[in-house]
Ligand binder design. Structure first.
Ligand code: SAM
Length: 258
């Protein structure tokens, strides 16, 4: 494969480990009816393998310098598009499409958010991300963050294998891990706004107990928050990271009634 100097500013770390590349493809569970979107194909290591086992691959790469290299991949079912994934309109993709990618780490959260909140959401998302981010996405009560809650309210999140830093060229500072997101039913948009307002308020002061963090973030008095949490049957002595998704949904229900 031709070489291209990796650009740190674009999060370019080429995955060189065949087993890891095959694992990502296998987790995407592809067959000849699947349309796959790849974000950041780089020099095409994953792209080629995706094209071998799916019906159609669309790979979106921001770096113009890589397009000539990618265009040399011999696959009749591969389309390369130069552009910024964050500006890409997902509505143009066929329903039920899948996503597989070793993503640029500097925009991982934005990529996850865009995919999970899109009107036309993928049916499956397999991403190789920084290990700490994978673990935050999949974290349970006690370790939740806004990122973890945001992902898990839209998708069932599973952790895959860890891919050590040495599997990449150039070698990054941190290990990576595969994360598999299986989108689930959405809830209605009105509640969605309230939900994120509450979650963000709760996590804005994560060391404080819920009664204080929510009062500050939602501009309510402490007695109002106590009452709200009582109606939601959530203990006001807990901290945001201790609440389950269903606790946040119960708080959302009560807040929506206010
Ligand atoms: N898939 C390749 C691999 O596994 O070796 C490359 C992965 S590299 C971690 C991330 C790739 O995403 C780079 O090729 C980078 O140029 C590209 N990229 C960065 N920002 C992007 C964006 N906003 N939209 C599309 N591609 C982007």
């Amino acid at each position: 494969m031709e070489s291209a100097r990796a650009k740190k500013s674009l999060g370019q770390n080429w995955l060189r480990d065949e087993a890891a590349l095959n694992y990502i493809v296998q987790q995407a569970d592809l067959d000849d009816s699947d349309f796959v979107l790849e974000i950041g194909p780089g020099r095409g290591a994953l792209t080629q393998k995706l094209a071998e086992v799916s019906s159609q691959v669309l790979a979106i790469e921001i770096d113009q310098d890589l397009i000539a290299i990618l265009n040399k991949i011999q696959a009749h079912n591969l389309k390369i598009e130069q552009g910024d994934f964050l500006q890409f309109n997902l509505d143009q993709l066929p329903a039920g499409y899948k996503v597989a990618a070793n993503v640029p780490y500097y925009i991982t959260s934005k990529i996850v958010q865009k995919l999970l909140t899109a009107e036309n959401r993928p049916s499956k998302i397999v991403l190789l991300v920084q290990k700490e981010v994978a673990q935050r996405l999949a974290a349970g009560p006690g370790e939740y963050s806004v990122l973890g809650i945001s992902a898990q309210v839209y998708a069932q999140v599973e952790l895959g294998v860890i891919v050590p830093a040495e599997s990449f060229e150039p070698v990054p500072k941190v290990d990576s891990q595969v994360v598999i997101l299986n989108p689930k039913n959405r809830f209605n948009i009105k509640n969605e706004k309230v939900f994120f307002r509450a979650v963000k308020a709760g996590f804005s002061e994560r060391r404080k107990k819920l009664r204080s963090s929510l009062a500050g973030g939602l501009h309510l008095s402490k007695p109002e928050v106590e009452d709200l949490l009582k109606r939601a049957r959530v203990n006001s002595d807990l901290r945001a990271q201790d609440l389950s998704i269903s606790d946040w949904l119960k708080i959302t229900d009560q807040l929506s009634k206010n």
